[in-house]
Design a protein around this ligand. Structure first.
Ligand code: M6P
Ligand code: ZN
Length: 197
């Protein structure tokens, strides 16, 4: 069936995509992902806040189609770690993604299956290119502003959360003296030392 052109409105003022209902990710969705488990458990005992919302304009799972959308990642901490997205490889590993930051201050943590890593700054106007094979996670490093970004990736790419859920990214972004610092993740093992089934 021939796909027809269409337009949707991304409202920067309200950080929303008109006519769409966002996916909501709460603190409880990131169980086991934060370094400070005690801080996580204590925070969750108090509340289950929304960490981010994702307006997705998904397209059919057909090679050539492009999904796009808007993510709003709220400011906050678990221990010294900033609020972040779950992070994922694409199920179709050889697919990339483009992120365009519309507001806030953040980092994009990326790594390959071989353990190469890169952390990119997200500031308004920054376009971060995530190449095929690179897992990616957004982190809000502001104390008060939402991190807002538009993204586009192949509609058939899918999300593979498993590898990241098992040990996280090689690098974490934490607040030290009020400033974001990239540190090693003590949970992270090089591919050769992992005993993945
Ligand atoms: C971006 C896009 C979405 C992704 C979202 C949340 O907005 O890449 O595909 O779902 O980030 O990230 P995650 O899926 O890792 O929670
Ligand atoms: Zn992605």
């Amino acid at each position: 069936m021939l796909q027809q052109p269409f337009t949707f409105m991304l409202n920067q003022a309200t950080a929303s995509i008109e006519g769409h209902t966002p996916l909501v990710r709460r603190l409880s969705s990131l169980r086991g992902q934060f370094l400070d488990q005690a801080a996580y458990t204590a925070a969750l005992a108090q509340d289950d806040p929304v960490l981010y919302q994702v307006y997705a304009v998904d397209r059919p799972d057909v090679v050539g189609e492009l999904s796009s959308g808007l993510t709003i990642l709220h400011p906050g901490r678990v221990g010294e770690e900033y609020y972040m997205t779950k992070g994922h490889f694409h199920a179709v590993l050889e697919t990339g993604e483009v992120y365009y930051c519309l507001g806030g201050q953040g980092r994009m943590v990326m790594e390959t299956p071989e353990g190469d890593w890169h952390v990119a700054e997200m500031t308004p106007g920054a376009v971060v290119y995530v190449p095929p094979r690179w897992a990616h996670r957004s982190v809000n490093v502001s104390d008060r502003e939402d991190l807002i970004f538009f993204w586009v990736y192949p509609a058939h790419a899918g999300h593979n959360y498993g590898a990241i859920e098992r040990q996280g990214f090689r690098k974490l972004v934490v607040a030290r003296n009020g400033a974001p610092v990239v540190i090693d993740n003590p949970r992270w093992l090089p591919p050769a030392e992992r005993h993945e089934h």
